[in-house]
Design a protein around this ligand. Structure first.
Ligand SMILES: Cc1cc2nc3c(=O)[nH]c(=O)nc-3n(C[C@H](O)[C@H](O)[C@H](O)COP(=O)(O)OP(=O)(O)OC[C@H]3O[C@@H](n4cnc5c(N)ncnc54)[C@H](O)[C@@H]3O)c2cc1C
Length: 457
């Protein structure tokens, strides 16, 4: 039997509740206590809590503290923080995982560990390496961050007829260099043209600024005048209201943040990419063409700017490696209703992904683990292989993959915690010529025989 651990159940490929082999689900939804310490600017949050519940609890205690996690309130902190977790505070404070200061987890031997008893290697691994490979996370201790009493939000849209192509093109050069307090993402999708009723592409510029309208307007005029932001496009509000704004809820009532159920669940497939050089206007035109296609009726590409704090944190600090050098991340998404049409939509998003290959990161073509995508590789069935896992592992973690493997063999050598994209245990050692060699661990006793010598000493 395999064990699947579920916190918020938002895994894009359902790995917390679907398996090809017999399995049990360990569902943590009842572990949802959150205690906020305003004085110490920290909180303990149990793994089954959602980020909406966390934001709600923080706001209940303070109007000037926040936390840099995701935009969708129903996402669970168990999976989200263990894979990184980003939202509108990314450029100012980095990821959720960058702001974890302690954790409680159950290891494969049933022991409850905290940061000091698990040691720094395992504590490193669970902050971005995906929790499911290492044990069951029970709770996180997080460092809360300062947010101003008033923040400013805006959403402006531009269609192809309104020069969207040049504005998006320009955004690629400036968005990662903006003041850290400014986050402007782009939501690209197909809409009806107001001019001829045909199809057009709309770029929605969706922004949070940690400050007032007065400060924002001159900043935008200087760094991104092409967008033409006006005072009437902007709204000042509390940070907690901006959470509601970004998730599409009215800002008046926060109670909706306590709802664990994701509204409008449909079939979908998603993928991710990192962009390191601005895409040419010709490249963008090719994207538009695909987004205008038949299957793209409910498809989108969300471009999230990096830079700021993300550039300051080394790619080795935690397993999440996508730091300096990345201009922005692309999140591809397609939704549909009719189950029998699934293959058509999945093929479409794969075509879009193939088209994007020349414009995105290479060797490896990197991806975000929290946007789980089994297309980029899966473990061998039954017997996890290092070579096989490196295919997807280097895309999510780059060279941090090897350190994750070393942690795995220390804490779960028999590979009890596993799924289609879990970190495999393997053997490696220095040979007599000083060369680092890897060996697959098909044989558990080999590990027992050698592990102390090879790994601990
Ligand atoms: C609607 C929606 C919006 C999203 N928005 C964002 C966003 O704004 N920013 C962002 O970064 N990501 C976002 N995501 C992606 C999200 O971060 C990941 O899907 C994340 O893994 C979800 O965590 P979960 O606990 O809800 O999922 P689950 O499905 O419960 O878990 C995901 C993975 O983590 C493992 N896991 C879960 N809990 C534990 C635990 N306690 N111990 C060990 N392993 C565990 C599971 O086994 C599974 O492999 C979004 C996803 C959805 C569906």
């Amino acid at each position: 039997m395999q064990i699947r651990v579920r916190s918020g159940g938002h895994d894009y490929e359902g790995l917390s509740y679907v398996s090809q082999v017999p399995f049990v689900i360990l569902d943590l939804f009842n572990l949802c206590e959150i205690s906020v310490d305003v004085e110490k600017k920290s909180a303990w949050v149990q793994a089954g809590s959602t980020i909406g519940q966390l934001y709600y609890k923080i706001a209940e205690k303070s109007g000037t503290l926040g936390f840099p996690a995701g935009l969708c309130p129903t996402v669970g902190v168990g999976g989200h923080f263990s894979g990184g977790g980003y939202g509108t505070l990314l450029r100012k404070y980095g990821l959720a995982a960058d702001n974890i200061i302690d954790a409680r987890m159950v290891d494969v031997n049933g022991r409850i560990l905290d940061r000091s008893s698990m040691g720094e290697d395992l504590f490193w691994a669970i902050r971005g390496g995906g929790g499911a490979s290492f044990g069951v996370i029970l709770a996180w201790k997080i460092q809360l961050v300062a947010v101003p009493e008033k923040v400013t939000v805006f959403t402006i849209d531009r269609t192809l007829e309104q020069d969207a192509i040049n504005i998006v093109h320009r955004w690629q050069y400036v968005a990662h260099k903006f003041d850290k307090n400014l986050f402007i993402r782009i939501y690209l999708g197909r809409v009806k043209s107001s001019q001829d009723g045909g199809r057009t592409i709309r770029a929605l510029f969706n922004s949070l600024f940690l400050g007032s309208v007065e400060t924002l307007l001159p900043l935008m005029k200087e760094s991104f005048p092409e967008l033409g932001l006006q005072r009437e496009d902007c709204t000042e509000m509390r940070w907690i209201e901006s959470i509601l704004y970004f998730s599409g809820f009215p800002t008046e009532s926060r109670d909706v943040l306590l709802n664990r159920t994701q509204p409008n669940v449909r079939h979908f497939k998603a993928k991710s990419d990192y962009v390191q050089k601005p895409i040419s206007t010709n490249g963008l035109k090719g994207m538009w063409k695909l987004l205008l296609g038949e299957e793209a009726e409910d498809a989108s590409m969300i471009l999230s700017p990096y830079g700021g704090r993300m550039d300051e944190i080394s790619e080795y600090t935690i397993p999440f490696p996508h730091r300096a050098g990345n201009l922005y991340k692309i999140h591809y998404l397609v939704n549909w209703d009719e189950e029998e049409a699934s293959q058509r939509y999945i093929n479409w998003i794969r075509r879009l992904y193939n088209y994007m290959a020349p414009y995105v990161s290479k060797f490896p073509r990197t991806a975000y683990i929290n946007y789980r995508d089994l297309d980029i590789g899966v473990n061998n069935k039954g017997n996890t292989s290092y070579a096989q896992a490196s295919i997807w592992g280097r895309k999510y973690f780059k060279n941090n993959f090897d350190r994750l493997v070393q942690v795995k063999i220390k804490v779960d050598p028999a590979n009890f915690f596993r799924n289609e994209q879990s970190i495999p245990p393997f053997l490696s050692c220095w040979n007599n010529n000083g060369k680092w060699i890897h060996r697959e661990t098909k044989c558990f006793s080999l590990f027992n025989m050698y592990s102390n010598k090879l790994f601990v000493d």
